[in-house]
Design a binder for this molecule. Structure first.
Ligand SMILES: *Cc1c(COP(=O)(O)O)cnc(C)c1O
Length: 396
């Protein structure tokens, strides 16, 4: 449902699932100056804004290399290829994730092999990875979802035991760290997504590959630009047009880089605001009957840095609750309604319902509530009151 379509309601009653209107209002002078630089210079593709953003993100994350591309999905495909995935190689992927975690493997000509998740972190269950490893398995792809990283102790141990590369789908994990190491940098590499609703969102699609491996970075840089190796910024005379690997055109747009450069100055603040709102949700929903699970940060023997990208709850009667909220002007999302092993595009892989019960249960019972820096505490309270009234029958 689009905000504004609820009849007889003032726009003040509507709580959109996501908006960054107030953020843009506040940041407009800075955004404008970065955009103007791009426009004035006249280099809209492969320009200096992308290179500057890559450098700023490298500093922010601690990554040795950042390669800006046009989406998180392309970042995954190019990363898998840059890490040397060969046709027919198997990659172990959790069955509960965004479709791109597995479709990227297919697009890189590999074969996704699914496994179940941990019911608390919603991340890959490292113990069940060993059950599906064969001699063709080359990589494992932990996905860090919603607010915390998957169990990387378990993933690192399993990967070492079976000699698998670790490629992280860290598209949602900007700001998350495991013992000081940013998500995406614990194995061969990871990705970032700047899809508008992500923790750092563009005004369209954008993404990046992050890695400590110079070889992976160099190959990814070539793959994003038609497979051409050589310098990429501003100097087309020096770029080789001799092509040794078939690439794609997936360069990050300088306009997106300009907006992201401005928004990056507020990222720390935005992450703190998200945490504050997540705490407020937890306080208000803790004792509501019918809410069967709230986000639970697992404590580890190393420091981890949770970041609330999504506030995800598990409830009884999920679809009815979502409809009840929508009727009252509150937008929610279902992350993710269908487990990957049951997606029609993977039907030929031979999986069936019942194969991964924890992933299937998460798909049936989880609901994402509005969470973004512009969300007001008043609106958050309204969401919580409506959820309570749905389960208790009391009027909010
Ligand atoms: C957002 C997301 C992606 C893809 O990012 P896009 O920029 O939308 O292509 C991949 N994996 C996960 C887990 C995501 O949340």
């Amino acid at each position: 449902m689009q905000a504004g379509q609820v009849s007889g309601r003032s726009p003040r009653d509507l709580v959109p699932f996501f908006t960054q209107a107030a953020t843009f209002e506040a940041l407009w002078p800075l955004i404008h100056s970065h955009l103007k630089e791009v426009m004035d210079r006249g280099k809209y593709s492969h320009g200096r804004k992308v290179a500057a953003l890559e450098a700023a993100l490298a500093e922010w994350t601690g990554a040795a290399h950042v390669v800006g591309v046009n989406s998180g999905t392309d970042a995954l495909v190019l990363l898998l290829r840059a890490c040397g995935l060969r046709p027919g190689d198997e990659v172990v992927v959790p069955a509960f994730s965004f479709i791109a975690s597995a479709s990227s493997v297919v697009l890189a000509r590999g074969r996704p092999v699914f496994t179940d998740i941990d019911p608390v972190t919603y991340g890959i269950d490292p113990k069940s990875v060993s059950d599906v490893v064969t001699e063709r398995t080359r990589m494992v792809m932990p996905v860090h979802l919603f607010c915390q990283m998957a169990d990387m102790h378990g993933v690192l141990k399993t990967a070492r035991g079976h000699r698998l590369n670790i490629v992280e789908d860290s598209a949602e994990a900007l700001g998350m760290r495991w013992d000081g190491v940013h998500a995406g940098l614990l194995g061969s590499g990871g990705v970032l997504s700047f899809f508008p609703s992500k923790t750092l969102g563009a005004v369209g699609d954008a993404g990046a590959i992050i890695t400590s491996d110079p070889q992976v970075a160099e190959t990814a840089r070539a793959l994003r630009h038609h497979g051409r190796f050589g310098p990429t910024v501003d100097d087309f005379r020096r770029i080789s047009t001799s092509t040794s690997v078939a690439g794609v055109n997936s360069k990050m747009d300088d306009i997106q880089a300009a907006v992201l450069t401005a928004k990056l100055t507020r990222l720390g603040e935005d992450i703190a605001r998200r945490a504050e709102l997540a705490n407020a949700y937890t306080e208000r929903l803790r004792d509501v009957p019918g809410v069967v699970r709230l986000p639970t940060i697992v404590s580890r023997d190393v420091e981890t840095n949770p970041v609330f990208y999504v506030y995800l709850i598990e409830v009884e009667h999920r679809d009815e609750l979502a409809a009840f909220l929508a009727d009252r002007g509150v937008e929610t999302e279902t992350y993710y309604p269908t487990p990957l092993h049951l997606q029609p595009c993977f039907a030929d892989l031979g999986y069936a319902r019942g194969d991964f019960p924890r992933a299937e249960s998460a798909c049936d019972r989880t609901l994402a509530l509005p969470l973004y820096p512009d969300l007001s505490l008043n609106d958050l309270e309204r969401v919580c009151e409506l959820i309570a009234s749905f389960f208790t029958g009391a009027s909010p």
